[in-house]
Design a protein around this ligand. Structure first.
Ligand code: SF4
Length: 65
């Protein structure tokens, strides 16, 4: 099972991931994005992949559990 993870040392809080896939990513008041769904449905994997590609700092990745 793989899950999306965010490296908070790399996140600059531009909200691109939460704009692309609000079902999985949320930008919070502390200026960092968080994963709010660690087991996204298969139908959302493409959007997560898009967020991974579009994140300007490469902060998002899939992690194997
Ligand atoms: S796209 Fe990347 S840098 Fe931007 S908020 Fe999401 S994780 Fe942070």
């Amino acid at each position: 099972m793989k899950k999306p993870v965010i490296d908070h040392d790399e996140c600059i809080g531009d909200g691109i991931c939460s704009d692309l896939c609000p079902e999985v990513f949320e930008l919070r008041d502390d200026g960092l994005a968080y994963v709010i769904n660690e087991k996204p449905d298969e139908s959302l994997h493409g959007k997560v992949d898009e967020a991974i590609e579009e994140c300007p700092t490469g902060a998002i990745a899939w992690a194997e559990e």
